[in-house]
Design a protein around this ligand. Structure first.
Ligand code: GUN
Length: 287
């Protein structure tokens, strides 16, 4: 049997970023300003610092304004709320992203709920979550949007298909399920308490794995001919990056699969750019 086709997220993200850069140019000409994303980074989590730098770089490359507010780990919840309020009220700010995780002494939900839903490029505000689940236009979390874009670009049939999302986080699993439902798939959500997850996987035409467990899904779990999207990102014992899916065994069974690295990862940033542009366009249309 031939090996599964690799869905090249790097290439697909590149094409999308180019398209967005073109739209940003048109926005700048029409409105005499550039869309602006403000990222808030609290504390000194090393991984977060890298993510934020990459986001800032991509935003600038797309022709938008990128600002990063770096605050010390000792920042109080009140000070963070004050900054979010200022960004909410600043008409020059289109997108606000509070990088997670926050230091343990700052409750996360009140911060996410304090972001103006119109500027919530993460799509984490309950107003945007509610809109997504009721099928209304919303800012949608970047990683699941990126997964859907990969499925669409690879021309994977979703309507009427059996889709299984493994993982029920607010950032990936739940919004992913909502998007697949919106695409008329028959959607299930599997998680750590699910009984007989391998059997549920073997029923899935489309399998999205966001479990956070290194190489948890093996080829024997996959339905022959299925499409597999791997959201995981781990460093293996050999020092190499790998995902939630064992790529080598999965490739022998699936029809198409995203590699790690170079699959979902590059899509997240591309979708953040798109959400920022979307927010800027919507805010401009409203004012
Ligand atoms: N930390 C890890 N992923 C994300 C994300 O998508 N958004 C934010 N704000 N923080 C994160």
């Amino acid at each position: 049997m031939s090996e599964a086709k690799l869905i090249d997220g790097k290439l697909i993200a590149q094409a999308l970023r180019q398209e967005i850069a073109g739209e940003v140019q048109r926005f700048r000409q029409a409105h005499a300003r550039a869309p602006a994303l403000h990222v808030v980074l609290v504390g000194d989590d090393a991984a977060s610092a890298v993510y934020v730098r990459n986001k800032e770089k991509a935003v600038v490359e797309a022709g938008m304004i990128g600002a990063v507010h770096r605050l010390p780990a000792s920042t109080t919840a009140a000070a963070l709320h004050q900054l979010v309020r200022e960004l909410n009220e600043d008409p020059a700010v289109d997108g606000i992203l509070v990088q997670l995780p926050l230091p343990a002494h700052i409750p996360v939900d009140p911060i996410l709920e304090s972001v103006d839903p119109a500027k919530d490029v993460d799509g984490f505000h309950p107003v945007n979550v509610g809109k997504l689940w009721s099928g209304k236009a919303a800012l949608v979390p970047c990683t699941p949007r990126g997964c859907l874009h990969l499925l669409r670009t690879a021309e994977v049939p979703l309507e009427g298909s059996r889709a299984l999302v493994i993982g029920r986080s607010n950032i990936v699993g739940k919004p992913m399920a909502a998007l697949l439902l919106g695409a008329n798939a028959t959607v299930s959500i599997g998680h750590s308490r699910s009984r007989d997850l391998p059997a549920r996987c073997r029923e899935a035409d489309v399998l999205i794995v966001a479990a956070g467990q290194r190489q948890m899904v093996e080829g024997s779990w996959i339905k022959p001919g299925a499409t597999v999207i791997d959201v995981g990102m781990h460093r293996g014992p050999d020092g190499k990056l790998c995902g939630d899916v064992d790529l080598a065994s999965a490739r022998k069974v699936a029809a198409a699969i995203t590699p790690v690295p170079g699959g979902v990862g590059p899509m997240t940033i591309a979708m953040l750019l798109d959400n920022t542009l979307k927010a800027a366009l919507a805010r401009t249309a409203r004012s």
